[in-house]
Ligand binder design. Structure first.
Ligand SMILES: Cc1ncc(COP(=O)(O)O)c(C=O)c1O
Length: 376
């Protein structure tokens, strides 16, 4: 009896945590009418694709060049940004062991280019059931407002399920993610990372009529149901950690403090780099940004800067590589070439330490640069 009671209490508590989290998500993401929890962002994008294919009855997806959606077969295609002609995008397998099937069933679109994206989507509209994107490429390169609005209209017209992968941008660009930032309502959203407050989690949320395909009520035989099950799905430990994180982010002034910290850090990094005569630009929104060395050494590039082009330039690769390794030697780990994700754990001490290290490293980057290469 004791065991059964214990099991009952545990199960009830964990369901109540799950429901509390669903309500917390829905209060921030009005597009999310129903939710399924997973253990990672990877599983969330995988389930979103399965749902979209089941809903539309179409066997292919379209994704954008340079967009990362986790380590499963369907999306490990062309995850690196391309700078060549958008009309001739290369489809690239990003891992050994990827069966051709997945390349054949994944179309690659150019981000922020609605004209070419439209051509490809119209051409393959009978096959493509799902269009998935990071609304900010790699979490920090923003979609143009007009691009994302037209993509929404187009996918609706062509009967495709539009999935925002907000695993990075969720709770970071705004509390309501990139969809709040752009005022666009996707059909499905993939969440992860912040949602678990440091513990493993993922979630797919969105239209009730699509999520309902996972409901076991639909069939006894399994043929009419989208399969979704997993030992640790809805893990109460992750949900509790996530709930506490969301509560903390919403406590008075915390989110504004986070945004101000990111903005302040961006401004001061730029000011230091300009004072050192090796200007960087920052690209991003909310609490995520990246540092880019523009092509023109004095930073006088045409605005707006194209971050994808700038990041692939030899000048950026060289300088940023040096800077990141120097920063590491000064106790600041910025994943090489990668974005900066600011959190509330970054207090004044951490920010000041970062700025001091940056100041010293920029001086060394500049010296190394001048002595080693005249072309930069
Ligand atoms: C946009 C995006 N989607 C999906 C994933 C995969 O998430 P996970 O690493 O939790 O599987 C990531 C991870 O970095 C991501 O950034």
């Amino acid at each position: 009896m004791g065991y059964v009671w214990d099991l009952f209490v545990r199960r009830t508590l964990s369901i109540s945590v799950e429901l509390t989290m669903v309500k917390a998500i829905q209060s921030l993401y009005p597009s999310i009418e129903a939710v399924r929890f997973t253990n990672s962002g990877l599983e969330a994008t995988l389930l979103a694709i399965r749902l979209g294919m089941a809903y539309t009855g179409r066997p292919s997806i379209a994704k954008f060049a340079g967009h990362y959606h986790g380590g499963h077969e369907q999306v490990l295609v062309s995850t690196h940004a391309v700078t060549d002609d958008a009309t001739h995008l290369k489809k690239t397998a990003e891992s050994m062991g990827l069966p051709d099937y997945f390349l054949q069933h994944t179309e690659i679109l150019p981000f922020n280019n609605i004209e070419i994206s439209q051509q490809i989507l119209r051409e393959h509209h009978r096959q493509i059931g799902v269009v998935m994107l990071e609304p900010l490429q790699a979490g920090y390169i923003p979609a143009r407002q007009e691009f994302i609005r037209r993509l929404r209209d187009l996918t609706m017209e062509l009967g495709m399920v539009l999935v925002f992968d907000e695993v990075k941008t969720g709770f970071r660009i705004c509390l309501g993610g990139a969809q709040e930032f752009y005022g666009v309502r996707p059909d499905l959203t993939a969440l992860g990372k912040v949602l678990g407050g440091g513990f493993p989690i993922g979630a797919v949320g969105g239209r009730h009529d699509i999520l309902d395909l996972t409901s076991p009520r639909r069939s006894q035989g399994g043929q009419d149901v989208v399969f979704h099950s997993g030992t640790f799905n809805g893990n109460p430990m992750s949900l509790l950690a996530g709930l506490r994180t969301l509560e903390f982010l919403q406590q008075s002034g915390n989110y504004t403090r986070l945004l101000n910290t990111a903005e302040n850090l961006r401004r001061r990094l730029q000011a230091i780099s300009e004072a050192q005569g090796l200007p960087v630009k920052t690209v991003g929104a909310g609490s995520i940004f990246n540092l880019v060395f523009p092509a023109a050494p004095d930073g006088s590039d045409e605005e707006p800067l194209d971050p994808v082009v700038a990041e692939n330039s030899p000048r950026h690769r060289n300088l940023r590589g040096k800077l990141d390794f120097l920063l590491m030697q000064h106790g600041v780990f910025s994943k090489p070439y990668n974005r900066f994700s600011v959190s509330l754990a970054h207090d004044a001490t951490a920010i000041n330490h970062t700025l001091e290290a940056f100041e010293q490293c920029m001086a060394s980057t500049k010296t190394t640069n001048h002595s080693s290469s005249k072309s930069l």
